[in-house]
Design a protein. Sequence first.
Length: 216
Amino acid sequence: MAVLELAVDRQFQSMLIAEALRDLGALWAMVSDPTDGKTVKAVLTEYLPTLIQTYGEPLAVQAAERFEEIRSLAGVSGRYTAVLGTAPEADRINAHAGRLLEPIFRGVDSNPDEAFRNLEGLTSRMVLEQSRRTTTENTFARGSKSSGFVRVPSPGKDNCSFCVMLASKTFSTKQNARAGTRFHNKCFCKVTPLFEGVEIEGYDQDEYFRLYQEGL
């Protein structure tokens, strides 16, 4: 049984998210008055989608390369070239940010620090979205020969009950995969394809099911 290690993937992911949040901080600093909703909205609408897409694409490339590596590790016959998943659209990014920061946009929120923390959570989730889509879209692509995917929670962290519940499941069809592609802000679960003959290091589905049943 071949063993798949995810440590390098997580390190690269953490590095790019840290860089994205650093740039987000610089973007936020462009606004001299973060309670000025009109200016905040204008700056974010112009720059936030580009920031997210800039850092999301390298993670998607990594996900595509890893998909091919895992497939090869499993000894699957036949050639397969993984394609990049769809990047989050600018309008959708701005819509999410708009709902999140609506009180500031309307000039009724005087807590910009909390607003920025929420924006950090949204940004990290959106940066990861294209790589997650890369894995799920290739999982069900013709010729990939993957049997599905699972969600692997971050090791050594207190994972929420929602993530533990989803980690106890295998998503083997496009129909049930929709539930497996829902993520909350600051969720760092790793979407990982399944191939016969490859074991994911540190992933114990039965243990996650037990934890979920016991309510963590």
